[in-house]
Write a protein that binds this ligand. Sequence first.
Ligand code: FES
Ligand SMILES: [Fe+2]
Length: 470
Amino acid sequence: MLLNTVVQPAYDVYNGMMAVVITRANETSSGANNTSSTLNQELAMEDLQLLILYSALKMILVCGIFFLGLGALITILYYLYDLFFVPYERVKRLGSIGYLNHEAGQPSKKEIANLIRKRRKIGEDLPPVYPNGWFRLVDSLQLKKGEVKEVSAIGQHFAVFRTKTGKANILDAYCPHMGGNLAVGGHVKDECLVCPYHGWVFSAKGECVKIPYSDKVPSFANTKSWPCREVNGAIFVWYHCDGVEPEWELPEISEITNRTYGYVGRIEHHVNTHIQDIPENGSDQAHLGHVHLPHSLAGNELSSQTTSWKKIALHIYEVVCTGSDKDTPHILNFDLSHVLLLFSRWKFMPILFKVYQIGPGCVHLHFNFSMLFKGVYVHTITPTEPLHQVVIHRCYCNWAMPKWFARIILHCLAVQVDRDVMIWNNKTFQPRPKLAKEDKLIAKFRRWFSQFYSENSPRLEMKSDDMLNW
Ligand code: FES
Ligand SMILES: [Fe+2]
């Protein structure tokens, strides 16, 4: 229909011109002698050629405008689809933030990392690098039925696989037979994982249930199966340095399970710091009024946050730690309030957060914005190496909250986390910080966090020169 509307007028114009030319050619040929007739015929032919050329150009122009319009429409529809239906995804790898080195010109990320490695002081009396608790390995959406993924974290190599019936499981990645990697080349067969090397078959519990070239399966052929939970859109492993079974569980967010909240998207940051530095940030009220004060449009570069236009909108936060409940000492509760102060006068966007720090590697931030828009950020921290953390925020919101709006808020959060990353990537761990009386929540947090370290929790043994091998 649209095609007809555009092409038909051009076609009519072309037909009309052709009729005029043919009539003129006929008239010319009938009323003249041979010489003038030939001349007139040549002139008519020239007119005809000009008109064909003119009509062709016009057709090209009309078609060009049509296809440009169509292209613009498709682009707009694509962006609208992306904005409303595709989950937001933003990943910042190591070296993306906070490794500026102007003296070295434009060094590669590896060169920057090496510079930082040499000049950074790793904290003395660093707490153990892998606390006990639940740690996210893979997002649920990243592991399909019948798929296996290798994940390195907490000084271990895991084969995370989902059986054909959809259950997630975690085994040691290395096969007890000859050390083949079950996650690289291995495959899921029904409810089991098959090693790619000699085809041994392991159940979710780690039992070897079949050796393809042997009648008998010896009992010692088993591999290690790790405690695994799939909850709130991610697959978690339980780690304890002494091999103790799970001492507590991750609470389920019913709004995610029953889909009262829809998935908005995720942001991921790779950070070069000690794990404790990251959740400690929530108790550090003073940094909220400094690092996170300017609005998110001011960007993530901390050294240029002071210019006046960046102060037209300020984030004001207040944190109150309400401690832990008696039967859940592994959860620390906070009330966090936020307001955006415009031109130092008008308060805008009041948001209340109920924050639960759950063990060392997970935080739930339930937000309530104007009583209508509600949702939750599921924030996880996984130490993949002693001083390398993968920090993820996944956002879910209720159906009253427009997706595009939730995406904008998530993007603003990403910029704010970028600022923290710039600090974390370059700081040292202060085992005995000189705290002002207003900082007392940090000391409280450290006492609470120490419950996740045991006597045998692994400590950093490598020198700083051995670290950060990017
Ligand atoms: S190494 Fe896995 S079956 Fe041999
Ligand atoms: Fe922060």
